[in-house]
Design a protein around this ligand. Structure first.
Ligand SMILES: C[S@@+](CC[C@H](N)C(=O)[O-])C[C@H]1O[C@@H](n2cnc3c(N)ncnc32)[C@H](O)[C@@H]1O
Length: 280
């Protein structure tokens, strides 16, 4: 039987092309939060940076541009197709001081790697054991090295994720009235949880700050297209269901998500937690 990590890697492999194809949308959605994350990790020229759960490498490119050719960036991800896309995107951007490698965030095996900083954009919540991942990233840092990550906050502040997840889980016959399970989109959003995990992992100077990150697209159809092509967690729930059931689920999602129509398009509220700490 495949482990949750293997299942997750396979699911993200299936979403990799869609995630990459949506880079412009994702980039615009996360631009401010990404800058804030790189600032929180104090990333600057000449630094060696570890990027965990890097996906197709969008934030790796920003990081590589900040550190410049005197620095180095190692992007890691559990999904081979994501790593291949990250490599291709880095080569296309001519950032030869950045590279991508397959690695499970919970088994980085980079102890004593002495990185100046580590970042993780929207990846940590997919770990079944985020504390293990945080300890691995702490261990990969040099003393005084900085860590910064973005994760989704609680369901009430991320209603589109809450709605799509609830509908997909109900159709999949899974409970919908329980706290988000480990490894799921909203699993790290409970107030106080990330600060506790960072402190327990051994980080000092821990800060957690909520950031608004609304997702703007022309209409609800475009949002659901994005979920269909890049939303691995929702697709993993729906894919095994019959075509009819899937269609009902998409119709129900569309009906509920219409509430986020605005005079100038569709705007889904999202709240991220910018979490940071220092290796003592
Ligand atoms: C939402 S995407 C974010 C990708 C990228 N950081 C970005 O913001 O564009 C989540 C990424 O986490 C990766 N991921 C999920 N579980 C992981 C794990 N256990 N170890 C490493 N990467 C993981 C997925 O393969 C996927 O690329």
């Amino acid at each position: 039987m495949a482990s949750p990590v293997q299942d997750g890697a396979k699911a993200w492999d299936q979403a990799a092309t869609g995630w990459d194809r949506n880079t412009a949308l994702i980039r615009a959605w996360l631009a401010e939060a990404t800058e804030a994350m790189l600032d929180a990790a104090r990333i600057g020229p000449g630094m060696r940076v570890l990027d965990v759960a890097a996906g197709a490498g969008d934030q790796t490119i920003d990081t590589a541009r900040r550190v410049g050719p005197a620095g180095a960036v190692l992007a890691t991800d559990v999904a081979p197709a994501m790593v291949a896309l990250a490599e291709a995107n880095l080569r296309r951007a001519k950032l030869h001081w950045a590279e991508a490698r397959i690695a499970d965030a919970e088994a980085l095996e980079l102890d004593s790697a002495g990185f100046d900083a580590a970042i993780c954009r929207l990846g940590l919540m997919f770990c079944q054991r985020p504390l293990v991942a945080l300890r691995g990233m702490l261990g990969a840092l040099a003393p005084g090295g900085r860590f910064a990550a973005l994760v989704f906050s609680h369901p009430e502040a991320n209603p589109c994720i809450a709605i799509t997840t609830r509908i997909a889980r109900r159709h999949a016959g899974l409970p919908v009235d329980q706290p988000p399970p480990p490894g799921s989109l909203l699993s790290l959003g409970r107030p106080g949880l990330m600060a506790d995990l960072l402190a327990e992992a051994g980080f000092g100077d821990v800060t957690v700050q909520a950031l608004a990150a609304p997702l703007r697209v022309p209409g609800c159809t475009e949002y659901l297209d994005f979920v269909r092509s890049a939303g691995s967690p929702i697709m993993s729930l729906l894919r095994p269901l019959s075509v009819d059931v899937q269609r009902r689920a998409w119709d129900e999602m569309a009906a509920e998500l219409m509430q986020f129509r605005t005079a100038c398009g569709w705007q889904g509220p999202n709240e991220l937690l910018l979490c940071s700490g220092t290796r003592p």
